[in-house]
Design a protein around this ligand. Structure first.
Ligand code: PEP
Ligand code: MN
Length: 292
């Protein structure tokens, strides 16, 4: 790694790649994030009803997702928008896990919510708006659950890594970084998908990195293309919004894929994932692992 990057990210020494440090592989149920498999997390923006969640869980599982996403506590840009079902939503997520075997990722919005969310979730999501909420990061880290850390919408890479460092410093090694688009001067799309950051993070950190094409694009038409870009940039997985009837969704319907859209995205990703496998095999051959 470039020496200047060590200086630039010197606040976050534990997240940086260095000799002798193996890439972090996060164990979740019976699989891993950051290992060989590309992991898809899919589901609605918000948990709305038992029927909505279960139909989505069954569908995305069939399509190859390993993790069900869905917010029970929602950080909304407007205080007048739907704020989430809270505990009732968490119970629906746990029921979906029981029925489908999918792992659950869901957001904890405040320090006070962490124990409850951690009881139901396999992975705690820290949302963009909370990336620098250090009290929340510490509480989430201490829950012992893996942390899906979403990049703040105006966070630099150094800011992002600093937040990951806090989780590691609290004794929790299982951090997954998520690029979900940042604010720029461009307003046509909801955010600007910073794919270069995915590539950079894969070079400078040992943590798994995933892409969120849904919040980056804001429009479902762009989601499959951004998913392909995330794979090409070296992401370890995706988190994507899927809803049985996006036009009726209680949040983020505009960017949610319907079931057919999700199936098409997964189908179109296949050749890109095959290239990823090939690339991983070639890289492993070029740099044989040292014997222990
Ligand atoms: C979400 O995942 O629904 C969400 C609110 O994401 P972000 O924090 O990236 O805006
Ligand atoms: Mn959303």
């Amino acid at each position: 790694m470039r020496a200047s990057w060590y200086d630039q990210f010197s606040d976050s020494p534990d997240v940086l790649r260095s000799e002798g440090i193996e890439p972090t592989v996060v164990p979740v149920l019976d699989f891993e994030i950051g290992g060989e498999d590309f992991i898809t997390m899919a589901g609605p923006c918000s948990v709305e009803t038992e029927a909505q969640l279960m139909a989505t869980a069954i569908h995305v599982r069939r399509g190859g997702a390993r993790i069900l996403r869905g917010g029970a506590f929602k950080p909304r840009s407007s205080p007048y928008s739907f704020q989430g079902l809270g505990l009732e939503g968490l119970r629906m997520l746990a029921h979906a896990r029981q029925e489908t075997g999918l792992a659950i990722v869901t957001e904890a919005m405040s320090e006070a919510d962490v124990p409850l969310v951690a009881e139901y979730a396999d992975i705690l999501q820290i949302g963009s708006r909370n990336m620098e909420n250090y009290a929340l990061l510490e509480a989430a880290a201490r829950s012992g659950r893996p942390i899906l850390l979403k990049r703040g919408m105006v966070a630099t890479i150094a800011d992002f890594l600093r937040s990951a460092q806090i989780v590691l410093e609290c004794g929790n090694p299982n951090v997954i970084l998520c690029e979900r688009g940042i604010r720029t001067f461009e307003t046509t799309l909801r955010n600007t998908f910073d794919a270069a950051t995915i590539a950079l993070l894969k070079q400078i950190t040992h943590l798994p990195v995933i892409g969120d094409p849904s919040h980056a694009a804001g429009h479902r038409e762009l989601v499959p293309a951004l998913a392909r870009i995330a794979v090409a940039a070296g992401a370890d997985g995706l988190i994507v919004e899927v809803h049985p009837n996006p036009d009726k969704a209680w949040s983020d319907g505009e960017q949610s894929l319907d079931f057919a859209g999700f199936d098409a995205m997964m189908r179109e990703l296949k050749p890109w994932l095959a290239l990823r496998d090939q690339f991983q095999a070639d890289t492993a051959e070029a740099e044989p692992m040292e014997a222990a």
